[in-house]
Design a protein around this ligand. Structure first.
Ligand code: HPA
Length: 246
C-alpha cells in the first residue's frame, strides 16, 4: 500500500490515539527488519503510516535502532514526508519541559552507528546537509502547532548523543558552548538517512526534562514520563492541525 506521510514515534508515542488501523505490515529490507511493523491507518481524515522507533514494546535502545531499515521500509512503502517525534532534554532557557520544539540544525555526537546507505565500492556520494530538515514539512508543523495554540519554539540546534545513558553536566556545558539547544539520542543518523533517500523529514521534539546540570536535582525517570505525557498530548493536537495540510 502506498502512503505519503509517515510518523515515526519516539519515547512516549508508541501509538497514535485516534488512529484507525487498516493493516500492519512487517517488512524486510536489505538492511534487516525495521523496529516494528509498519502500521497503516487513518487519522484526522488522512492516511498515514506509523512506525514505533523503539519497537512496539519500547525495547530497542537508541544506539541499537536499525535506522537504515526503518527509513528504507518507509521509502519502500511510498512515503515522501516524515514527521519524526522525539523526546529531548532542554538546554536553552525557553526550552522547558513540556515545550514543543522544531529544530532547524543538528550537531552529531553519535558514534559507531550505521549512518549511511553509501558503502562498499560504489561511486562516493556526498549529500548536501547544510539544512538538515525539510523546510516544507517544518513550516507546516510550525503552522499546525501555532494553530493548536501550543506556543512552539521554531528553531534550535539538536545535539544527537549516543546514549543510552543521559549526559554529564560537563558534556551539556560543552554542547551549550557548541551551540546546541536541545539534546536527544535518536536524531542522527535518522535525519541524514532520510536525506540520502530523498525523503522530506522534520523533527517535532518534545522537551521531557532539563538537560543534565541545568537544575540542581538529578534527572528522574518519573519526571521525564510525566512531562512526556503532557508533551505527547500536544503532539496529538499538532498532528490534528498539521496532517490535513500535509
Ligand atoms: N538527553 C538525551 N536524550 C534525552 C534527554 C536528555 O536529557 N531527555 C530525553 N531524551
Amino acid at each position: 500500500m502506498n502512503v505519503d506521510i509517515a510518523v515515526i514515534g519516539g519515547t512516549g508515542l508508541n501509538t497514535i490515539k485516534g488512529l484507525t488501523i487498516t493493516h500492519r505490515e512487517m517488512v524486510n529490507t536489505p538492511y534487516g527488519q525495521p523496529s516494528s511493523p509498519l502500521i497503516f491507518g487513518e487519522v484526522c481524515g488522512c492516511t498515514i503510516v506509523f512506525l514505533a522507533r523503539h519497537g512496539s514494546g519500547h525495547t530497542i535502545p537508541p544506539h541499537q535502532v536499525n535506522y537504515r531499515a526503518n527509513l528504507w521500509a518507509l521509502k519502500e512503502s511510498g512515503v515522501k514526508k516524515i514527521i519524526a517525534v522525539a523526546a529531548v532534554g532542554g538546554m536553552r532557557d525557553d526550552m522547558k519541559p513540556g515545550k514543543i520544539v522544531f529544530p532547524d540544525q543538528i550537531i552529531d555526537y553519535t558514534w559507531s552507528r550505521d549512518s549511511t546507505y553509501h558503502e562498499g565500492h560504489q561511486d562516493v556520494k556526498h549529500i548536501d546537509f547544510t539544512y538538515p530538515y525539510c523546510e516544507e514539512v517544518r513550516a507546516l508543523l510550525i503552522n499546525g502547532a501555532k494553530k493548536a495554540g501550543l506556543d512552539p519554539t521554531i528553531d534550535g540546534t539538536y545535539g544527537a548523543t549516543q546514549g543510552p545513558r543521559l549526559e554529564t553536566a560537563a558534556e551539556i556545558r560543552r554542547m551549550v558552548r557548541d551551540g546546541c539547544d536541545i539534546v536527544g539520542m535518536t536524531g542522527m543518523p535518522e535525519a541524514a538517512l532520510a536525506r540520502e533517500l530523498d525523503l522530506c523529514y522534520a523533527t517535532c521534539a518534545v522537551v521531557a526534562n532539563w538537560a543534565a546540570g541545568k537544575q540542581s536535582e538529578v534527572i528522574s525517570m518519573k519526571v521525564i514520563e510525566e512531562n512526556l505525557k503532557i508533551g505527547m498530548d500536544k503532539v496529538r493536537k499538532l498532528l490534528e492541525e498539521s496532517l490535513p495540510q500535509l
